[in-house]
Each structure stands twice: as structure tokens, then as C-alpha cells.
Design a protein around this ligand. Structure first.
Ligand SMILES: Cc1ncc(COP(=O)(O)O)c(C=O)c1O
Length: 471
């Protein structure tokens, strides 16, 4: 029998192969524990992948948050930490990096993204306020609710359809926003909560044209725009790739132009910025800055460290300049896309188009026989771990939580499992192993019955909820 001639990955997909713009200098061994050990581990974790010990995980795609590999330059920066309580030189490097790459005037450091979300929500939201945004994010919405506000989703309808090929599924629907302004009044909208590459929609970008039109609308009504810039550098890559007029512009310039249409941003630096911990809030309004700078000393730490060590701020300042390099982002998104191309080619339903940081499996469609109150996505994440030791996470009814008014589950249209790719950590061979694991679970889908919720905490239940298998 003639053997098929081997092909590189690029050849298989009819394009030239690409490679990461780095080489590996240090490795961390990982190992796959046996199937009986995995069965025990996931049962002990209450079928919640957040409750697994990382030593029991083979390939860890739980999150891209704080899991990136730092560069040799960032590690060198760690050695330059100035651990003075006040006025650390690393703070000034960080401030300069944020100002020059994002263009905002003032910056307050925080320990991570939710620290910054807390500051901006407490500073701007009053009870009875409405905060429109392009789909909710778990911690962002909770901080808005804790401040007395109500989040209102004004993302375009296509974002709720996993099969829609819209190139900018993260866009704001300006008609929905205008209708909200008419209904509740601009005075009751402290700001629009805008997010780059919308996490809960599958890492979907929004366009420059959309943010420009949003700016016009908000200016007409005197409403501010604050940006969740957590994965905005990745969003800039999609603008470069898909939006007319941006193909020749560097990602760094696109990022800065985008931010210029907003009044400030909060950041979980654990994503785009290639560090294991860190965050910031940056704004143009001096009064808001003074308010946030005052609050940060109560909740995070002094305004020149905000919960980070000096060395963390140095690694972060260096990470910001690495994060906006075109070849880095092209390889990063390219790796995510590679995994997506394999699964798509095999007919496995995933959110399309493939987004920036993760592949989102459409659990509702894969487990069409499991009703949403039996947690299809939670079940799929557990099954994937059982099959292969690959850790993913639920982004469906468990993450959506309960309606604060009625106490019922919120049933989102999207019931997804997120396979999140850490930056600069795994190779193409790891992606192959993951793809085959997903296929195995997909092929055995009819044998799975779902889960029963046996414990849930009050806040952000997806982190700590426990489940049992339905017999
Ligand atoms: C879009 C988005 N916003 C905010 C956050 C919160 O950031 P952190 O986890 O650093 O508190 C995250 C992280 O999970 C995120 O993905």
C-alpha cells in the first residue's frame, strides 16, 4: 500500500507554515496521570475544573490569565525590582509604558483586573444606574452590580449566534444603546462598558468604525466610554487583518487610535501583557484619577504599587511593549486558529470565526440531548479532562450565575466550553493532542448524561460550585 506523503501543517491547510518568534530557554515538565487517577481527581473536584490540582492536569487550557511565559527580558526586569514602599522606579516605567502605548493621561496600578474594576465601579456607579456594554463579563458585571448598577447587554445579535461568521461580533448595537438612553435617560448611564475581543462571546473583536460611531453617539448624549483593555492588543490584530485601511498599520498604532475614542480603560495585565500578576486603571479625567488614586490605598496598596511588587511592575512595563509587537500577536492568534481549523475541519461545532485567545466549543450543540439545567458545558469540560487530562472551563449557565432579582439561573444563549491558550507556553504538538481529545469526547457524546448542582457559593459561583454525575 502506498503511504501518503507527509505534509507540514501549512501544506495541509494550503498556506505557508508560520513559526513562533521565540525559542524555548527553560522548560517545566508535565505529565499525564492515569485514567483511574483522573476519575478520582475530577470526582474530588466536584466535576469543576477550577477545583482540580494543577499537578493532576496534563495540558492546562483553563485560562490565559497569568499563565503566559515571560521573556528573558521580563525575567531580567524581575531582578531590577525597586521594592521601596513609595515612589518605586518600576512604577514610573509602568506609568510611561501605559501612557505611551494606550495614550491615557493618568494611571493607577492594581493587583489585577478586578481591582481596577472595583475602583471604577465604585467611583462612577450610583444605585439605580444602568451600564450598557458589549456582553457581560463575570467579574466586571459583579462589580457593577455591587456598586448598585444594572448591566444591560447592547452587543449586536450576531454575538449570540455561535455560527454567525460576522467579522466583528463584538460590536455594539448602536440602536439598542440609543433605545436604552431613551428609556432610562443619559443621566442614569455613567459610562458605556466596552470590551476588546469579547471574552464571553468567544473572543470576538469590535471594529474601529464601531468605536468611532459609538464615540459620536456618546458625545451627543454626554456619556463616557471606558474600555476593558484586557485583550485589546489582540483586538487590534483583527482590525489590522479585517478592517479596510488598517492592513499596513502596526498593531501598536491601531491600539492607540482605538483607545483615543475612549475616556479610559481598566486592564487585567495577566492576559495581553504577558505577566503572571498585575493590572491598572488609566483615565483622562483628573478628578476621577484623584478619586481612584485615593481609593486604591484603601483596597489595593499605595498608589505607586497598587498591590504589585516593584519587580512585577517592571516585568509588566516590559510586557506591554512585547504585547504590541505584530509578529508576537500574529503567532499567538495563529496558534489559536490552528486548533480551530482542525476542529472545524472535523465537523466539531465551535464558535466561528475563531477568536483571539481561545477556542469555544458549542456544548449546546454537541450535547443537544442534555438540557441547560443539567449543565452541558460543565459536563463537557469534565469529560474532556477525564479523556485526556486537558483542562478547560465552562462558559455557560454556571458562569452566568443567578438573576439577583428572581434568584433563578440565568440561561445564556451561549453554552460554551473554553479552551484557552496561554501565550508562548504550548507547542503545535500540544494543540494536536488537544484536538484529538476533543474529537474523542465529541465522538462519544451520546453516552453522556449531564451533572447535578450540589453546592454553589454566593458570588462568581463557577469558581467553586460542586456537581455530581447524573446516573
Ligand atoms: C475580559 C476580562 N475582564 C476582566 C477580567 C478580570 O481580570 P482579573 O482576572 O485579572 O481580575 C478578566 C479576567 O478573567 C477578563 O477576561
Amino acid at each position: 500500500m502506498p503511504q501518503p506523503s507527509p505534509q507540514t501543517m501549512g501544506q495541509q491547510f494550503g498556506r505557508r507554515s508560520w513559526a513562533e518568534p521565540w525559542k524555548i530557554k527553560m522548560v517545566e515538565p508535565i505529565r499525564l496521570i492515569s485514567r483511574p487517577e483522573r476519575e478520582q481527581a475530577i470526582a474530588q473536584a466536584g466535576y469543576n475544573t477550577f477545583l482540580l490540582r494543577s499537578e493532576d492536569v496534563y495540558i492546562d487550557l483553563l485560562t490565559d490569565s497569568g499563565t503566559s511565559a515571560m521573556s528573558d527580558r521580563q525575567w531580567a526586569g524581575i531582578m531590577l525590582g525597586d521594592e521601596a514602599y513609595a515612589g518605586s522606579r518600576n512604577f514610573y516605567h509602568l506609568e510611561e509604558a501605559v501612557q505611551s502605548h494606550y495614550g491615557y493621561k493618568y494611571m493607577v496600578p492594581t493587583h489585577q483586573g478586578r481591582g481596577a474594576e472595583h475602583l471604577i465601579s465604585q467611583a462612577l456607579i450610583k444605585p439605580g444606574h444602568y451600564i450598557p456594554g458589549n456582553m457581560y463579563f463575570t467579574t466586571t458585571r459583579l462589580h457593577q452590580e455591587l456598586a448598585g448598577g444594572t448591566f444591560v447587554d447592547v452587543i449586536i445579535d450576531e454575538a449570540h449566534d455561535p455560527g454567525s461568521p460576522h467579522p466583528f461580533k463584538g460590536n455594539i448595537d448602536l440602536d439598542k444603546l440609543e433605545a436604552l438612553i431613551k428609556r432610562v435617560g443619559a443621566d442614569n448611564i455613567p459610562y458605556v462598558s466596552l470590551a476588546g475581543t469579547v471574552n464571553m462571546a468567544g473572543g470576538q473583536p469590535l471594529s474601529m468604525a464601531n468605536v468611532r460611531a459609538l464615540r459620536d453617539l456618546c458625545d451627543r448624549h454626554g456619556i463616557r466610554i471606558y474600555l476593558d483593555a484586557t485583550r485589546m492588543a489582540e483586538n487590534a490584530f483583527f482590525i489590522q487583518e479585517r478592517e479596510e485601511g488598517y492592513a499596513e498599520q502596526p498593531i501598536a498604532d491601531i491600539l492607540k487610535e482605538f483607545c483615543s475614542y475612549t475616556d479610559g480603560a481598566w486592564m487585567s495585565a495577566k492576559k495581553d501583557h504577558l505577566v503572571n500578576i498585575g493590572g491598572w486603571l488609566a483615565v483622562n479625567d483628573e478628578d476621577l484619577f484623584n478619586q481612584a488614586r485615593n481609593m486604591v490605598v484603601v483596597y489595593e496598596g499605595l498608589h505607586t504599587y497598587g498591590g504589585m511588587a516593584g519587580r512585577d511592575m517592571e516585568a509588566l512595563a516590559i510586557g506591554i511593549s512585547e504585547a504590541v509587537q505584530d509578529d508576537h500577536i500574529r503567532a499567538r492568534v495563529g496558534q489559536v486558529r490552528y486548533l480551530g481549523e482542525l476542529l472545524t475541519d472535523w465537523g466539531i461545532p465551535i464558535v466561528q470565526p475563531v477568536g483571539g485567545h481561545a477556542i469555544f466549543l458549542d456544548a449546546k450543540s454537541i450535547y443537544a440531548h442534555i438540557s441547560q439545567d443539567r449543565f452541558p458545558a460543565q459536563t463537557l469540560a469534565a469529560e474532556l479532562y477525564l479523556d485526556s487530562g486537558v483542562r478547560s472551563m465552562e462558559r455557560g449557565v454556571v458562569s452566568a450565575g443567578r438573576d439577583p432579582e428572581t434568584g433563578d439561573h440565568r440561561y445564556p444563549a451561549l453554552e460554551l466550553v473554553r479552551l484557552t491558550i496561554p501565550r508562548r507556553v504550548y507547542t503545535q504538538a500540544h494543540m494536536d493532542v488537544v484536538a484529538e481529545a476533543v474529537k474523542e469526547v465529541f465522538d462519544n457524546r451520546t453516552q453522556t448524561r449531564g451533572l447535578k448542582l450540589v453546592y454553589e457559593p454566593k458570588y462568581l459561583r463557577f469558581f467553586q460550585a460542586r456537581f455530581e454525575q447524573i446516573a
